[in-house]
Design a binder for this molecule. Sequence first.
Ligand code: ZN
Length: 404
Amino acid sequence: MRTAAAAMGVLCAGLALAEMTFGGSGPLVNDMALRYFTAEEIARGKSYVEGRYVLFGVRTAITLAFFILLTFTPLSRTLRDLSAVWAGHRPWLTLTLYAACLLLCYRLLLLPMDLYSGYFREHIYGLSTQWLGGWFKDWTKGLLLQVVLLLPTVNVLYLFIRRDPVRWFLPTTGVLAGLILLLTFLAPVLIDPLFHTFTPLRDADLKARVLKLADRAGIPVEEVLEVDASRRTVKANAYVTGFGRTKRIVLYDTLVKRSSPDEVEVVLAHEMGHRIYHHLWKGVGLSIVALFLGLGIAAIFLRWGTTRGLSAHPADPAGLPLLVLTLFVLSLVTLPLQNAISRRFERQADLAALGLTENRDAYIKVEVDLARSNLADIIPPRWAVFLLYTHPPVLERIAIAEQP
Ligand SMILES: [Zn+2]
């Protein structure tokens, strides 16, 4: 136990060193940035986010290395044989044990990195309010949730592969599309409460304003809730989630405490903008199309793997790392496209927020406050925006409101 803790400490220190070595290129400053932020704020945001760019690179490299190693060495076949022995050669149990081992090894491999980036680093930058035990509790819950969701999914997947090793991706896409829709509908009531506590918003005046805004946006809302985000972070946010009877507006308690009602309204108007433009549905639709294409390509690679002796048959569990690797590489290659679509949605939501509130000053104040409290990179490098940014950089978002 002590050796494991020491090893983890060394790894965390190594990551911190990698971050210091490759992360900083010094703050860039321009006139517009200095109108809203101090040079110190710009430097601090840059240091925080540049480290995250590095961590993204390290995480990607670890994931690639892990699945490449499993795919192209006898490791995967050995693990399959062991799983078969443990499972008494029952196919579904062999697959379940194999997939569980894979998941556990992968999560444990990333644990030092997740601990460093999600706990220590957030504390170093004063963004986290969580204690270590709480962080591990969240990590464990996340892992259990993955086990509960992934193991049955893998079994269904392989059921289809066994039935039709060529066209299995057609029924699989159908089933997974159903699962995505179900989770989109049920996550706010089933999964979110596992991690957070939700209470009805107590501030009656604020609630009345929020409901009036929802009415103006044409979004019937069942509930306005406050979530105890301050137990984990100082970052502020709000969102509209769920459908029909699970539809709800959720405000971080950090936002309610820190912001004026005008500003809360702007944040929510942005979220309502997403609803007005049906971004959630569009996102779900795009995910399903991407899943169809991804699984179709994965099916080709699985068959290719059998010709190279990487697995005995497309339905052989030993081919699972190749399947995951294919999907991971595809998601990586299409990341700029995914993020470009996301940034487009965010711009539309920003315009909707301005239109709904007609309050440019509050809009700009919100953008500045969020960038400050979330330690945004005020002037991010172009490549980072292209590759990693789901939202336009803050100065672009402010510029929308500055236009006459
Ligand atoms: Zn948004």
